[in-house]
Design a protein around this ligand. Structure first.
Ligand SMILES: [Ca+2]
Ligand SMILES: [Ca+2]
Length: 267
């Protein structure tokens, strides 16, 4: 009898701690200012089906090997296959979350791409730029090729819904900053950050598709992370704007509730 009443009191105190902590967490999350971290890709490069074993991290300019400033996408003008594929240049970007606090709660993720060129969009047609998330981060911009990228794409890249897409048509500018909200649900599957925060890396693929009637060889170009800052164009580098609330470690959150409980037990 006595023992069960003690146990009930402990259960009630335990429930109080959980509720107290939940309130503390939500109060702090609501009160803490949202911070923004702009992540420049740690790797970015494109691959080309017409040169399936070539890597395009660098290029020749005036007889010198220089960093490639461009990410390219291209559709090959064919009809979509059953897998929805009519692309032959794909760009890949990798972002690292090393600079993000381990307890960060992500509230926003906007991919910023500076589009420098898009093939003219004939009346009544459009280009769709699709953003996919890949589960595999084990690639390097200095070695990735079309053929090695195919191995990455054992993820159901072309069969799956993209995270997001944007459409280039007569009403939408063909060049300039393009912002894609990875947490939006409107055109695809929202990014679920958990797995990528756990492995510390996010790999994205940018794919161009034409809507019918198809335009042979249509393409878009974007600046890479290597776009020279000296030219004053640093803002044209791609970046992922992460908004987050930096929650303190759970151990600290437990402290206020634990102190209240200890004070009650002393009475
Ligand atoms: Ca690069
Ligand atoms: Ca990942």
């Amino acid at each position: 009898m006595h023992r069960s009443s003690v146990r009930r009191r402990w259960l009630s105190a335990g429930t109080g701690i959980v509720l107290g902590c939940a309130m503390v967490v939500s109060d702090i999350a609501a009160a803490a200012p949202v911070q923004v971290l702009d992540l420049i890709p740690v790797e970015d490069v494109y691959v080309d089906e017409a040169a399936p074993d070539s890597n395009f991290a660098t290029m020749l300019s005036g007889g010198n090997v220089v960093e490639n400033n461009l990410l390219r996408t291209r559709s090959d003008g064919s009809l979509f296959s059953t897998a929805g594929r009519n692309t032959n240049r794909i760009s890949f970007l990798k972002f690292s979350f090393a600079g993000l606090p381990a307890t960060a709660q992500i509230t926003g993720a906007v991919l910023n791409l500076f589009q420098t060129y898009t093939q003219t969009v004939p009346a009544g047609t459009s280009h769709d730029v699709l953003i996919y998330r890949l589960a595999h981060d084990g690639w390097n911009e200095d070695s990735l090729t079309w053929n090695s990228a195919e191995a990455l794409m054992i993820d159901p890249l072309f069969g799956a819904a993209p995270l997001e897409r944007y459409r280039i048509n007569a009403a939408r500018p063909a060049s300039g900053l393009q912002q894609v909200d990875l947490l939006a649900l409107a055109d695809g599957e929202a990014w679920s950050a958990g797995a990528d925060l756990a492995d510390g890396l996010l790999t994205l693929a940018i794919v161009l598709q034409d809507t019918a009637p198809l335009v042979v060889g249509s393409n878009t170009l974007y600046q890479t992370a290597e776009f020279p800052s000296s030219a004053g164009y640093v803002t044209q580098r791609p970046f992922l704007a992460i908004s987050y609330v930096p929650l303190p470690p759970a151990a600290l959150l437990m402290l206020p509730a634990a102190l209240v409980l200890a004070r009650r037990r002393r009475r």
